[in-house]
Design a protein around this ligand. Structure first.
Ligand SMILES: Nc1nc2c(ncn2[C@@H]2O[C@H](COP(=O)(O)OP(=O)(O)OP(=O)(O)O)[C@@H](O)[C@H]2O)c(=O)[nH]1
Ligand SMILES: [Mg+2]
Length: 463
């Protein structure tokens, strides 16, 4: 496949702001020529072998020196984009790289769009769409696990498994098509079984991959956890205890937290966006009314809510109201946290509170029960370990891939049902073709243009 556009693009590939170095990238058929128009070193870059680095200076169109740089020469096809590329390593900060880029643009390059370098790697056939998406995931990774899964995907783990699945579907379809010229009576049951076995195998691989998706999607996208409850029950104290730092303001006055406070932490390799919210009550001030509205919105939008109760007060009517509101629009079941266990004695009262089903009893002040809370959080967030891939097998991390695999699986199952029901072979073959097409959406073979654009929009400029 080569659908590479003919122009040469340029962009700054490092984030703006102070830093040691900045990188300006050029890619396209005129990369060497444009680079030589702005660069002066010991010899023209056009004469330099691939994968070599050269010291020199960049000048603007008026001949003024712009920066002292190191130019890396990367020739087609063994570059990131598969095209000729030059990378100028400039001084950090915003001005040097900005002016080097301007010089390249003045010499004939076009500013690159978001993700356009990676898009060219895809169009040049060096990587498939799954691998291109993995590049964005590596950049966005917030946990070791997220990085490891994305790296595995870039290295082709998932692509390889999908290629196998696709080949099984191709074989399956060929066998079914070979039946078109036969009448039912002519086909041996053993032949039928062998053909169905191919369909079973394809469906099995699709299901096996889908089984990794709960874990994979959680690792890639992270989950959000909202801490909610009445004022003063210790929500902000719990937030701080989980983060192990004083992020939210804690006072003994009800109504301390007004706005929504967010912070990320890692639980079992999954990035958890922890959200502390204002206590729910009939607020008097406009700011607090808005705070409560935001708290309710945060609870509604979160993957999980921690409903915090105050052990000293037991379960109040307001608590029950909040619990009802939380379960109203079939949101995930809240995790009930009974805080301030240090204020109740260990007698009957304490026993009763400990006995509340599915609740975790803690004291955010003394730290008692915090480990159990962390464990309960992990159980609620991280899909159970049976579903967590134990080996280095491929993991599906992307909702777009889940959707396509589900279509593949469904079409495969339909084809098997039809095959067994004695449907005409061409109809069965069409179902199998649909199953393979859905798979092509994942790797990018049959993917529509708008989906491609959505994938590359997620990237930053310069990648
Ligand atoms: N004894 C005891 N006090 C606690 C505990 N956790 C929090 N507190 C105290 O309870 C008071 C309220 O704590 P916050 O964390 O501000 O409560 P909140 O739920 O965030 O309150 P609002 O933001 O007003 O809704 C503070 O004085 C805390 O020190 C606990 O486990 N035991
Ligand atoms: Mg608070």
């Amino acid at each position: 496949m080569s659908a590479l556009p003919g122009d040469t693009i340029a962009a700054i590939s490092t984030p703006p702001g102070p830093g040691g170095v900045a990188l300006v990238r050029l890619s396209g058929p005129r990369a060497m020529e444009i680079a030589d128009a702005v660069f002066r070193g010991a010899r023209p870059l056009l004469d330099c072998p691939t994968h070599t680095v050269h010291h020199g200076r960049v000048f603007d169109a008026g001949g003024a020196e712009v920066d002292e740089v190191l130019a890396t020469v990367l020739r087609a096809p063994s570059s990131y984009t598969t095209e000729d590329m030059i990378e100028f390593g400039c001084h950090g900060g915003t001005m040097a790289s900005r002016r080097v880029l301007d010089a390249c643009l003045a010499a004939g390059a076009r500013p690159a769009r978001q993700g356009e370098f990676t898009e060219r790697a895809f169009l040049g056939g060096r990587i498939d769409l799954v691998q291109a998406e993995a590049v964005a995931d590596i950049i966005a990774a917030q946990t070791r696990e997220g990085l490891a899964l994305a790296l595995g995907q870039l290295e082709g783990g998932l692509s390889g498994r999908l290629a196998e699945l696709r080949q099984t579907l191709v074989d399956y379809r060929a066998e079914v098509e070979a039946l078109i010229d036969f009448s039912d009576e002519d086909i041996e049951p053993a032949t039928m079984d062998a053909i169905a076995a191919l369909g079973e195998r394809a469906g099995g691989v699709a299901r096996e991959l889908l089984a990794t998706a709960d874990y994979g999607v959680a690792v890639r996208e992270g989950v959000s956890v909202a801490i909610v409850g009445r004022p003063n029950v210790g929500k902000s104290t719990i937030m701080n205890a989980l983060l192990k730092r004083e992020r939210a303001i804690v006072t003994d006055e009800p109504g301390t937290t007004r706005d929504v406070i967010e912070e990320t932490m890692s639980v079992g390799g999954i990035a958890v966006r922890l959200i502390d919210t204002a206590g729910w009550r009939d607020a008097s001030s406009a700011a607090e009314v808005e705070g409560v509205r935001r708290a309710r919105a945060a609870a509604g939008g979160a993957d999980l809510t921690l409903h915090v109760l105050d052990a000293g007060d037991g379960v109040t009517e307001e608590d029950e109201e909040i619990a009802r509101a939380l379960t109203e629009n079939d949101a995930a079941w809240p995790l009930v946290v009974i805080n301030k266990m240090d204020v109740v004695d260990d007698g009957a009262e304490g026993e009763a509170l400990h006995g509340i089903a599915h609740a975790v009893a803690i004291s955010a002040l003394t730290g008692e029960g915090l480990d159990e809370l962390r464990a309960a959080l992990e159980r609620a967030i991280v899909p159970s370990h049976e579903e967590t891939p134990s080996d280095d097998g491929p993991v599906v991390t992307n909702a777009r891939h889940v959707d396509a695999l589900m279509r593949t699986e469904a079409a495969t199952v339909r084809s098997l049902d039809q095959l067994r029901a004695g449907a005409p072979a061409d109809i069965v073959a069409q179902e199998i073709a649909d199953a393979a097409d859905a798979l092509g959406d994942i790797t990018g073979e049959t993917v529509p243009e708008d989906v491609l654009h959505r994938v590359f929009e997620r990237f930053c400029v310069g990648k």
